[in-house]
Design a protein around this ligand. Structure first.
Ligand SMILES: [Fe+2]
Ligand SMILES: [Fe+2]
Length: 406
């Protein structure tokens, strides 16, 4: 049986089914394992992970009387959190998804190049040329205004070698969209975008051998990696870059967690600035939905569901706004319909996030591809509906994203 337990209650001999948190928060990166050594136990208890799932069929159980949670109520609670985000109608996109995807491709490329040169400048101690940064952010904001899903879906797709730069572009796009969802002023939306672009600039001070290591990081390497927020803030100061206090703050505090278990300062709740709380959500979402050499990314809908289960990580109200921004089933999510067909979400629906437009392509019953067809699940004639998110690792589909990019 799976039980969610606090890391402080974990003992040797337990089988760790899953760690509750992003793989950026721990040096383990393997799926399931039995805790055999004190070293592993200490690593776990010293990591940013606060809760884990243990499997009592494969390892030791908790002693009687120690608190734990079972799978079903946790999933139900996550589902409620996600569904509560489905309020208010959304603004209609101005142009079609296909049209904006074409433009957003080019914006991604330009933004990535801009991040690359910005990071290089700062690394050499030069001040960032803020006019260029503002232009990049403005282009992204315009794209999101024309059709939010195009850029937000494209930034998830990245090659391993460009990860750090594309991740910065992605966090920037997500920050812009979230700031707009929160109805912040145009100036604040702009600052949110700049903060996203620069949040990981401190990674420029981390050795490439650690930054791009294809395997599991050692505890020492992991500890170095966790210095990047402090390095980043120092780089911004030393280079004399004219960034706002908000941007500096995001750089330093985007790994803080709402419950005070983050780093570098273990800030809690409202002690963490609004922008840093927003960045924490955007940063984790992009990291866990992206493929890395050592780990395949989780699907977008699956990622949101997992994030909803991690208690204490994120500001709950901001997380709800984030779900409203992305959709409960973001574009690119693999879902199972009640007809038994598998589909990929290709677009959100303005009226309800529970019934997006999808493209069916596979029969889970016959286990074979079927003729592709677009369904608008919100259409009154449509009898099909989503019954589950499908974990990507259960299927060996290649390039599912082609289905919404077509
Ligand atoms: Fe970071
Ligand atoms: Fe990041």
């Amino acid at each position: 049986m799976l039980k969610k337990v606090s890391v402080t209650d974990v003992v040797l001999g337990m089988y760790i089914h899953e760690l509750c948190g992003s793989w950026m928060d721990h040096p383990f990166w393997k799926a399931g394992f039995t805790l055999h050594t004190l070293d592993e136990l200490h690593s776990l208890q010293n990591s940013a992970i606060t809760e884990v799932w243990i499997d009592t069929a494969k390892g030791l159980d908790l002693p009687a009387g120690v608190q734990s949670e079972e799978l079903e109520p946790v999933i139900e609670r996550a589902q409620t959190i996600l569904q509560e985000a489905d309020v208010a109608e959304r603004a209609e996109p101005i142009v079609s998804m296909a049209e904006e995807v074409q433009r957003a491709f080019k914006i991604c490329e330009r933004s990535k190049d801009a991040v690359f040169s910005m990071f290089s400048e700062v690394r050499m101690g030069h001040a960032i040329e803020m006019h260029g940064v503002a232009q990049v952010v403005d282009e992204m904001a315009q794209s999101i205004l024309r059709h939010p899903s195009a850029l937000l879906s494209l930034v998830r797709l990245k090659n391993a070698d460009e990860y750090t730069y594309m991740h910065s572009v992605a966090v920037s796009a997500l920050m812009i969209a979230l700031a707009r969802q929160l109805q912040l002023s145009a100036e604040q939306v702009q600052q949110a975008g700049v903060a996203g672009l620069l949040h990981d600039v401190g990674k420029m001070m981390i050795d490439n051998s650690i930054l791009n290591k294809p395997g599991r990081l050692s505890d020492a390497e992991f500890a170095k990696m966790r210095l990047h927020p402090v390095y980043g803030a120092k780089l911004l100061l030393d280079s004399g870059s004219a960034v706002s206090a908000e941007v500096y703050d995001v750089c330093l505090h985007h790994h803080e967690k709402y419950d005070g278990s983050g780093y570098p300062k273990k800030l809690k709740g409202q002690e963490i600035s609004l922008f840093a709380r927003m960045a924490a959500i955007c940063d984790v979402y992009d990291a866990i939905t992206s493929d890395r050499p050592y780990k395949k990314g989780w699907g977008p809908a699956e990622s949101l569901q997992r994030m909803a289960q991690w208690q204490g990580h994120f500001d709950p109200l901001l997380f709800q706004a984030f779900v409203r921004t992305m959709g409960i089933y973001p574009v690119g999510s693999l879902v199972r319909l009640n007809s038994g067909r598998l589909a990929v979400v290709i677009e959100q629906n303005e009226q309800t996030l529970l019934k997006p437009k999808v493209k069916v392509f596979f029969s889970s019953k016959a286990k074979m591809p079927i003729e592709q067809e677009v369904l608008d699940l919100a259409c009154s004639q449509c009898t099909d509906s989503i019954i589950a998110r499908e974990p990507l690792e259960d299927w060996e589909f290649r390039n599912l994203d082609a289905l919404w990019l077509e």
